[in-house]
Design a binder for this molecule. Structure first.
Ligand SMILES: *Cc1c(COP(=O)(O)O)cnc(C)c1O
Length: 440
C-alpha cells in the first residue's frame, strides 16, 4: 500500500503525534507511544509496522459487526455523494426520518420520539434535560435524579454528575450537581431495591428520574446485574411517577444478546440513550428516544416550553445512513446467530478459567464476557496496574485488550470468529499463568 500523497510521510506520524496530539484518557508523561493503525477489516487491525491485532474490545465498544463492513461503507459513500449535511431545525431528510422510524419500530414499546445528537454523553445530557424540563413544564419542578453506584454515563458535566464520583471526576466534584445514589445492583439487587424504596418514601415527590445502565455497568467494571432487579426498579418508577432513563449507549444493538438490554427484562423505559454501536462504529451519532407522553409535555403555544437543545451535527445524514445500514445487519438472522455463538464461546472459555486462582467472578451477558483479575494492588480500582500490565502483554501477543483496572473483559465485534476468541482467551490464560508463576 502506497501512502496517499496528502498523508504525512509514514515514518513521520509518530513524531507529529508526539508533538501535537492530546489523546483521551492518556497520561502523556509516561504513556507508551501510540500504535499507528493503517487499516482494519473484520476484527483485525493492521499496524504501520506490519503487525495485526485482534480487536477484542470493538475499539472502545463501538465497532458492532466488524471494521470496514462493506454494507455500511457503501451506504456512507452513497449518502456522501447525495446529501452530506443540512441544518435539522426547520429541515428534514430521508436518512434521519427513516432512522427515527426504524428505531421506534425496534425499541422497547412506547419509545416513539427520537432526538438525534452526536455521542453517548450528549444522548445522556438530552435525556436528563428532557426529564427535568418535562417536570418543569408541568409546573411540578422535581429536580432529584437517582443513579447507581459505579455508574458511568459520559464525560460532559451532566453525564459526569449522574456518574459515579471517581478519579475521573475528582477535579470537578464540587461543580457537579447532587444525585441520590443506590447501591450497586450487581452486588445485591435487594439492597438496591430497599434503598430505592427508602428514598421514594422519604423524598418521592422530589424524584424526577432514575437513570441506569441496564444489566451491565460498563465502565464501572462490567458489573452485571439481573433482569428481575431491573424489572422491580422499573415497577417502582411507574408506581411513583418517576421517569426511568435507560442508558443503553454500550448495551444497545445486540451487545447483551437481545437487541436492547431492556428487552431481556421486558422493561419499557421512558427514555433510552443510544450511541456507540448505533452506526456500526463508523461515525459519531447519539440518539435519545422518548415516549409520546414526554414529547407532549413540550407542546404549547408558550415558546418557553420548547426543548432548546441541539447540536451542529444533529441528524448528520452520513451517520443516519450508516445507522440504517447497521440496523439492517443487526436485525438479520445471521447476526442473531453470531451473537449466540459469541456468548457460547465466552461461556466455554470462562468456564475453563473459572478455577484459576487469580480469576474472580467470571461472568457473561450476551456478547460481553468478563472476569476480575485477583491482584493485591487495589481490588476494584481503575488505577490498579494489573489491567495495564495485561493490556501491554496482550498487545505483544497480537490482541487489543483494555481492562478497566482489575476488570478484564472481552467485548468483540460480532464478526469475531471462534478461533479469534480462542486466541484472545489464550492470551488472558497465559498472562494469568505468568502472573501466578511470578507469585503476583
Ligand atoms: C461510553 C458511554 C457513554 C458516553 O458515550 P461517549 O460517546 O463516549 O460520550 C455513556 N453511557 C454509557 C453507558 C457508556 O458506556
Amino acid at each position: 500500500m502506497h501512502p496517499h500523497p496528502r498523508d504525512p510521510r509514514p515514518d513521520a506520524v509518530a513524531a507529529l503525534d508526539a508533538r501535537h496530539v492530546w489523546h483521551p484518557y492518556t497520561q502523556h508523561w509516561n504513556a507508551p507511544a501510540p500504535v499507528e493503525v493503517v487499516r482494519a477489516r473484520g476484527a483485525t487491525l493492521h499496524t504501520r509496522d506490519g503487525r495485526t491485532l485482534i480487536d477484542a474490545i470493538s475499539s472502545w465498544w463501538v465497532t458492532l459487526h466488524g471494521h470496514a463492513e462493506p454494507a455500511i461503507a457503501d451506504a456512507i459513500a452513497e449518502q456522501a455523494r447525495t446529501l452530506e449535511q443540512v441544518i435539522f431545525a426547520g429541515f428534514t431528510h430521508a436518512p434521519a426520518a427513516g432512522l427515527c422510524a426504524a428505531l421506534a419500530r425496534v425499541l422497547p414499546t412506547g419509545l416513539t420520539r427520537v432526538f438525534l445528537s452526536d455521542n453517548g454523553s450528549t444522548a445522556v445530557e438530552v435525556a436528563l434535560k428532557i426529564a427535568l424540563q418535562w417536570w418543569h413544564n408541568r409546573g411540578e419542578p422535581r429536580r432529584l435524579v437517582v443513579a447507581l453506584d459505579h455508574a458511568y454515563h459520559g464525560d460532559t458535566f451532566g453525564a459526569m454528575s449522574v456518574g459515579a464520583r471517581s478519579v475521573f471526576s475528582a477535579p470537578f466534584d464540587p461543580l457537579l450537581f447532587d444525585v441520590a445514589r443506590l447501591p450497586d445492583p450487581s452486588v445485591d439487587g435487594d439492597a438496591t431495591l430497599a434503598a430505592f424504596d427508602a428514598l421514594l418514601a422519604a423524598r418521592g415527590r422530589e424524584v424526577a428520574a432514575l437513570i441506569v445502565e441496564p444489566l451491565v455497568l460498563g465502565a464501572g467494571g462490567m458489573r452485571m446485574w439481573d433482569e428481575a432487579t431491573l424489572r422491580a426498579l422499573a415497577d417502582r418508577c411507574r408506581a411513583a411517577g418517576v421517569l426511568l432513563i435507560a442508558d443503553e449507549v454500550m448495551t444497545g444493538f445486540g451487545r447483551t444478546g437481545a437487541l436492547f438490554a431492556c428487552d431481556r427484562a421486558g422493561v419499557a423505559p421512558d427514555l433510552i440513550c443510544l450511541s456507540k454501536g448505533i452506526t456500526g462504529g463508523f461515525l459519531p451519532l447519539g440518539a435519545t428516544a422518548a415516549t409520546e407522553a414526554l414529547f407532549d409535555g413540550f407542546l404549547s403555544d408558550d415558546r418557553a416550553r420548547t426543548l432548546f437543545h441541539g447540536h451542529s451535527y444533529t441528524a448528520n445524514p452520513l451517520a443516519c445512513a450508516a445507522a440504517l445500514a447497521s440496523l439492517a445487519l443487526t436485525e438479520s438472522d445471521a447476526c442473531a446467530a453470531a451473537r449466540a455463538r459469541i456468548e457460547r464461546a465466552h461461556r466455554r472459555h470462562l468456564d475453563a478459567l473459572a478455577t484459576h486462582p487469580l480469576v474472580r467472578a467470571p461472568r457473561v451477558c450476551g456478547t460481553i464476557g468478563a472476569l476480575d483479575l485477583v491482584d493485591a494492588r487495589g481490588a476494584g480500582s481503575y488505577l490498579n496496574p494489573v489491567g495495564r500490565e495485561l493490556a501491554a502483554y496482550a498487545l505483544e501477543q497480537g490482541v487489543l485488550l483494555r481492562p478497566l483496572g482489575d476488570a478484564c473483559y472481552v467485548l468483540p465485534p460480532f464478526c469475531t470468529t471462534d478461533d479469534e476468541l480462542a486466541a484472545v482467551y489464550g492470551v488472558v490464560a497465559r498472562f494469568l499463568d505468568g502472573a501466578r508463576a511470578s507469585g503476583a
